[in-house]
Design a protein around this ligand. Sequence first.
Ligand code: ZN
Length: 250
Amino acid sequence: MTADQHPSPPPVPLPVPAAVPASGDRRRHPAPAHLRFFHGPMDCGKSTLALQVDHNQSRQGRYGLLVTQGDRSAAPQISSRVGLSREAIEIDGATDLRLLVRDRWADGQRVDYLIVDEAQFLSAAQVDQLAELVDESHVDVYAFGLTTDFRTRLFPGTERLLEVADDVQRVQVEVLCWCGLPGLLNARVVDGVMVRSGETVVVADTAPAELPGEEGGPSPAVRYQVLCRRHHVRGELGPTAAGPGQLALP
Ligand SMILES: [Zn+2]
């Protein structure tokens, strides 16, 4: 009989509570810090997300330091195209991010977390400095950056972050190619034509639209456009060629 083959099972043990310590416990044994990396194409909402993370963290009484590099605005700040902004510390390739934090501590300032915008411009060494801050000093790091340049190659900071971050998330907030598919890749457009070679990555790579040429005579109109992979491969910019904003109103 099947009943004999299947004797009644022993009492089912009650589910074990998830191994998440109560908040009081957490305070005594701080959770390990993490290096988190959020990446995507231009206009995918990275800076907006960076500011949202900062807001959420500071509401919990935590103190953060915001750093950026070559932000699209003149004053050092993290700004998003939806109009939010927050003061930030401008860094460059020579900045030691460990010292940046430790100097604050030396001044008696608290730094619980670090928000790094434009993280694609970090050097590999600077990414390793971030990892050291996480592991040795228990500072949470949230890094935000572009995935690839207009040649579809990883930026140096992005490459290193993909290698060492604890957590990597692709941000995809309604950046669409003109065809309606998700936009994944950044195209550089010079005088209305997509180009695949040119100067090494410069700050203007994140600028919204046609820029150079304000001084020093005429220069070709350069802009950036997000495309799906197929249209990036084909170099097709779409029927409207709308230019800045990529949106042609009927
Ligand atoms: Zn497309």
